[in-house]
Write a protein that binds this ligand. Structure first.
Ligand SMILES: *Cc1c(COP(=O)(O)O)cnc(C)c1O
Length: 438
């Protein structure tokens, strides 16, 4: 049986344990809600199990943002653009490509939100395959990915082909093979499914998509910085991902786009703006796209929102994606074992893949009381999130989550399930969904 002592022993043996100390501590008193019946006096502070939705800040990144505001914006004023800011989308993009994406320089840029980059790159891909009129997407993919595609379908007259999968699983090469054909222009899939945590076999899928003559776009929102990704080696065409999850860029930090070097002249995005033009200050009468990744910019990039992620990239470079993945797997295995040994008696099911090779860094548990349980957990500073209809996601960020934190979170879930059973009202009351963006 796993005890608090087991969790502490795992922390003591964890080669990445010291990274946790670099994160700003969220104390229990910081919670917005009431701490009634909770851990208000518990020195452990907030149990944060939602780093897959919004990563925690490091102390250094808070200082870096402050220094940016005072020393760069405050002192350099407009000169900052020439001195550093103009190059930052590519500088950070290249570093991200190097440490987290397996991408050689010149293929990654930090720019708009994930949603906007999806729009721009899907349009660019369709334009590059004018003789094909179908786009394939997973029916259970993140809403914004589907909505953007629905909008493009309505705008451009392409047909969406939805791949249906078992909710606990995800898209596998065999299911995909059935929908690919000579009409497929593009396939859009998430490397890690936001709901189940299913980790797709990206190299195998990219390969079959290419054999069908289509382009492959990977959404790496839930994998960037936590699951090793080798975009160059896998021959991926396009990738998009966000930076406020495992990259700790902060709420609304801009997303990044990857376009394989040899596709950049062919893939032309539809939002022509001065920042993506060949000569930004030529003030030319007509648009001509910049060479390389700058052509995927449109307007002025959100520089102040790009600062925080830089420190995480250095931590990833220092820790290494291999050890990060090992700890992520160990944490998810630990949570699944706790679910099986302590929560199964309440009827909780594990909805994430049990095979670690097919699992990202969060574990989704299912129970009909989880909407109410999640609300009760937030009131006691234990923060997982809830996804309709009955999923509680336990997000495990290897650089900031300890085994003790995961243990305490699982014990609190057990408590709240007991309380829900005693109220004899296992049915979820209606209410708003708990959780921010994800
Ligand atoms: C988090 C997430 C997004 C977020 O898109 P925004 O434009 O940043 O709101 C999109 N897609 C997936 C798969 C995500 O996990």
């Amino acid at each position: 049986m796993i005890s608090l002592a087991t969790a502490r022993a795992l922390d003591a043996a964890d080669p990445l344990r010291s990274y946790r100390d670099l994160f700003a501590t969220a104390t229990a008193g910081d919670a917005g809600g009431s701490t009634e019946g909770g851990t208000g006096t518990d020195p452990f502070g907030t149990v944060y199990l939602d780093g897959n939705s919004l990563g925690r800040p490091t102390t250094a990144s808070i200082e870096n943002v402050h220094r940016f505001l005072t020393e760069e914006w405050g002192s350099r004023l407009i000169r900052g653009w020439d001195e550093r800011w103009m190059a930052l989308p590519e500088v950070i993009g290249d570093r991200m490509g190097q440490v987290a994406l397996g991408a050689a320089p010149g293929q990654t840029i930090v720019g708009d939100s994930t949603t906007v980059l999806l729009y721009k790159l899907i349009r660019a891909a369709l334009r590059a395959r004018p003789d094909r009129d179908e786009v394939v997407i997973d029916a259970d993919s993140f809403p914004t990915d589907r909505f953007v595609l629905q909008g493009i379908a309505a705008e451009c007259g392409v047909t969406l082909r939805l791949v249906h999968t078992d909710a606990a699983a995800g898209v596998v090469p065999e299911t995909l093979a059935d929908v690919l054909g000579p009409r497929t222009a593009l396939v859009v899939l998430s490397q890690v499914a936001y709901r189940s945590g299913f980790l797709a076999d990206a190299p195998a899928i990219t390969d079959i998509v290419h054999r069908a003559g289509a382009l492959m776009l990977w959404d790496v929102c839930h994998s960037a910085g936590v699951v090793p990704t080798e975009l160059d080696a896998w021959g991926v065409d396009i990738a998009v991902g966000c930076t406020y999850k495992y990259l700790n860029g902060g709420p609304g930090s801009p997303a990044f786009a990857y376009v394989r070097a040899d596709l950049q002249t062919e893939l032309e995005q539809p939002i022509w703006g001065w920042m993506g033009a060949a000569d930004v200050f030529a003030m030319a009468p007509d648009y001509a796209p910049a060479r390389g990744m700058r052509r995927y910019l449109s307007g002025t990039p959100p520089i102040s929102a790009m600062i925080a992620m830089q420190h995480t990239l250095e931590l990833i470079a220092d820790a290494g994606m291999g050890p990060i993945r090992e700890k992520s797997v160990a944490l998810t295995e630990f949570v699944i074992e706790l679910a099986d040994t302590t929560l199964a008696r309440h009827g909780v099911r594990v909805s994430s893949p049990r095979n670690a090779e097919r699992r990202g860094s969060h574990v989704t548990l299912s129970h009909r009381s989880f909407r109410a349980v999640t609300a009760a957990l937030w009131r006691r500073n234990v923060i997982p999130d809830f996804r309709s209809p009955d999923g509680l996601r336990v997000g495990l960020a290897p650089l900031s989550t300890s085994f003790e934190e995961a243990f305490r979170g699982m014990a609190a879930i057990d408590d709240e399930l007991d309380a829900a059973a005693h109220r004899n009202d296992g049915a979820a009351p209606s209410g708003t969904e708990v959780s921010g963006a994800s």
